[in-house]
Design a protein around this ligand. Sequence first.
Ligand code: ATP
Ligand code: MG
Length: 871
Amino acid sequence: MKSQDVRNQFLQFFKSKSHSIVSSAPMVIKDDPTLMFTNAGMNQFKEFFLGNSEPKNSRVTDTQKCLRVSGKHNDLEEVGHDTYHHTMFEMLGNWSFGDYFKKEAIQWAWELLTEVYKINPENLYVSVFEGSKDNDKLELDTEALELWKAIVPEERIIYGNKKDNFWEMGDQGPCGPCSEIHIDIRSDEEKAKTSGRELVNADHPQVVEIWNLVFMQYNRKADGSLEELPAKHIDTGMGFERLCMVLQGKQSNYETDVFTPLIREIEAVTNKEYGTSEKANIAFRVIADHVRAVAFSIADGQLPSNTGAGYVIRRILRRAIRYGFTFLDTKEPFIYKLVATLSRQIGETFPELKSQKQLCENVIREEEISFLRTLDQGLVLLENIIEEAEGKKISGKKAFELYDTYGFPIDLTALILRERGYDLDEKEFEAELKKQKDRSRAATQVTAGDWTELNSVEKDAFIGYDHLESEVKIAKYRKVENKKQGELFQIVLNKTPFYPEGGGQVGDKGYLEAENGNVVYIIDTKRENNQIIHFAKSLPKNPEATFKAVVDASQRARTAANHTATHLLHQALRKILGEHVEQKGSMVHSGYLRFDFSHFSKVSKEQLEEVEAFVNARIRENHELNEQRNIAYQDALDQGAIALFGEKYGDSVRAIRFGESMELCGGIHVKNTADIWHFKIVSEGAVASGIRRIEAITGDAVKDYFAEQDKTMDEVKTLLKNSKDPVKSISNLQEENSELKKQVESLLKDKAKSLKSDLKNEIEEVNGINFLAKLVDIDAGGIKDLAFQLDNEMDNLFLVFGTEQNGKALLSCYISKNLVAEKDLNAGTIIRELGKYIQGGGGGQPFFATAGGKNPAGLNDALQKAKEYIK
Ligand code: ATP
Ligand code: MG
C-alpha cells in the first residue's frame, strides 16, 4: 500500500464516522509562549480542550506536521541512530471535543487497524494507565481496561506507568491518561524466543508504539497541580511513517516510500551506498530526515537564524551537514539538491513544499556554504590547539571556545581528537557548557503565577475593529517575571478594544482608567492560546472595579496607515516584479513598516520608483476599506484574496479589500487609502538568499522625512554660498577638485625627479659599493619608487633611507640584486638590526626591506650605524 493511500484511508475511515477532515496547522507556532513547534496533533486544538473557544465541529480528523526537537518532546539525538524516530513526522489523529469518549475511540482504533488495514491482531499490544501514587494521586484507568478486555486477550494488555501512559504536551496544559497501541513486527523465530510483551516500551526497533489514544480530562496548572477540564475529550496520534513501515512490510521507516526516494537521491549525489556501513547508514538517515524538517519549516516561513525557532532549525540543518561531512565525505553543499525529490514525493499532500521549492533550495544551499566554511576554519583552529597541547589531554575550555565562538561541533572535535590519539577533557567541557546554559536560562526564564479569576471572557471579546474605548472588567490576571523586564502583570479583560500583536502588526498600547481617575498603563498586548493578554507594570488598586479601557489612538492611526500600505506594497510588488513575490514576513508599527518577500535579485531603482508610484496612485484613488469579517475561507480565496503560507486560518476568515488588493488579514486598517497620505520607500536590501526587505514610511513620518531632507538641503545651500543651483555648484567643485589633484600629482612627480638627481650626486663609492644613507621627506611608496628608479640608472647600490611620517619613523633598505648574491647581504637582516634604533621591527625580502618604529628621534643614529656598517 502506497503511503499516499495509507494516509487517505485513515482520513476516509474517520470521515465515515462523522469526522470532518481538517488541514494540518503550521509546524512553526507563533502565538504560544510555551511551545516553539507543533509537537503533536492536539496543539492546534488546545484552546478547545481548555474551553477558551468553541469548535465548529466536535469530531475532526487530520494529519499534522510535527517537529520534536525541543522542550518536553525532543527526539533529536535518537534520530538517525534508530529507525523509527524522526524530527519531523506526520501524526494522524482523530478528535472528539466533548463528544465521544473512550469507548468509541478504542473500538474505532481497533477496527481501523485490524479490519481496514488488516493488521494481524496477534501482533498488537495495548496498554492502560496503572495509576500513580505521587502528588497527583491518580487511579487505575478501569474504564479503558474493561473496554480493552472486551477485544484483546489479557496477556496482550499492559499496565503502564505515568511516563508511558499519562500524556502531557508540556509542563502546563491539557493532559490525561492514555492507551498506547504497540506492534511487534519481528520474525516468528524471534517471537518464539522472547515474548513481545516483554519488549513493549523497551526501545526495541521492531516492537514499537504506533498509536496513542489520549483521554483528555485534566489541565496541568503552573503550580503543577491538576484541574478537571470543563469537558472530556479524545486526542489520538498515530505515527504515519511507522504505520507505513508496518503496512509495507518493512523493518525500518527509512525503507518505506516516504523515505526511499530521498535515500536514493542521497546515494546519487554522494556516490555512496546505503547499507554498507552502520556509520554511513546513520548519516543517510539523519540527512533524509533532517532535510524534511528544514524544508518544511522554511516553507512555513521559519528561516534558519541565530535565535529562537530559527536557531533550532539551523542546528538541525548543521547536524545533517556534519554527518555528511564526517561519514559521507561531502565537502560541498548537497543537501539543497534533495529538495526537488522531497517536493516531488510529498508536494501533492503539502503543496507549500512545491511552491516554495526554490526558496528552500536557496536558503539551504547558503546555510551549507557558510557552515562548511565554519568547519574548515574550525579544523585549522583545532590543529592549532593540538599543536599547542602539552601531553595528550586537550583542555575542555579550549574545545568549548571552539564550539561556542566558532560554532564548531563538539562531537566532531571529540572524533578528530580520538582519531589522532588525544583525549578531550569532557568534564571540563560539560562544566563550561553548563555555565553558559545557566547564564542564558537565567536571562530568559519567565516565571508565571496562577491566574486569579474574577469574571468570564465574553464570546467575541475583541471589539477593537469598531472601538478605541470601552467599559470593561478584568476577567483574570496573574504576575509574571523575567530577568529582562522584571515584574509584569498579565491582564485578560472581559472584552477589549486593544489589538493583540499578530499578523506582523504590533500590539496596542493605552491605559485602563478607574472611576476615581487612577490609571494603569498597558504597555503591550499579545494573543496567547486565543486569549488577549494586556501587559502592565502594575495592577489597579481594585481589580474588581469597572474600568474604561482606552487605546492610544494616534499610535493606532499611524500603525493602521502602515498596515494598509503594506497590503498595497504587496500588491505593487506582485504587479511590478511578478506573481512569484510572496510575503515572507512583515512588521508593522507606528513608526515605519517592514516587508520581506521572495525575489531572487536586487530590486532596481527604477522598479522601486515604480512600486512607490503604484502605491501612491492607489492612495490617491481614495479606496474605501471593504471588510468582510466572517467569510468562509474558500469563499475568500475564490474572490481572489491572498492567503499566506505558514499562517493558521480558521474556516471563517476576515478579508480586507482596498480596490484590487485583497488579503486575508486580522489587522487594523485605515477607513480610506487617502488616510495614508503618502508612501515612501526608505530602504531595500537582502535579508537571506532569495529574500528581500523593503522598509517604508507613510503619513506624518513622510512629512518628517521630507522636512529633514529640506533642512539638509538648506544647509548644503548655505555651505555653497547660497547657490541657486546646488547640483551644478557641487559638480563644479568636484571638477575643480580633480583638476587640483592632477596638479598636485604632477608637482610631486617633479619633486621626486629633482630629489632623485640630488641624491644621485650624493651617492659615494665605498669598496665598489654605491652607498647612500639619508633622511628624506617622502612617503613609503615614494621611497620604494625612488630606490627602484635609481637601480635602473646605477649598479651596485646599497641604499638606506629614513623618513618621519605622522610622528612615526620608517626605515627602508635597498640592495642591488647582484650585491645580495655576491656579498651575501640581506636587507631583511640589516633592517631588523637598524629597526632597534627607532624602537620598531620589520622585514621584507633580501633586496628590499622596511621597518616602522615609534621613535623618529632614533633615525639619525640608525643611518649613522648603516654608514659604519658599510665601511
Ligand atoms: P515513543 O515512545 O516511540 O517515542 P511517544 O510516546 O513519544 O512515542 P506520542 O507522544 O504518544 O509518542 O505520539 C503519538 C505517536 O506518534 C506515537 O505512537 C508514534 O507512532 C508517533 N511518534 C512519536 N514520536 C515520533 C517521532 N519522533 N517520530 C516518528 N513518529 C513518532
Ligand atoms: Mg517519544
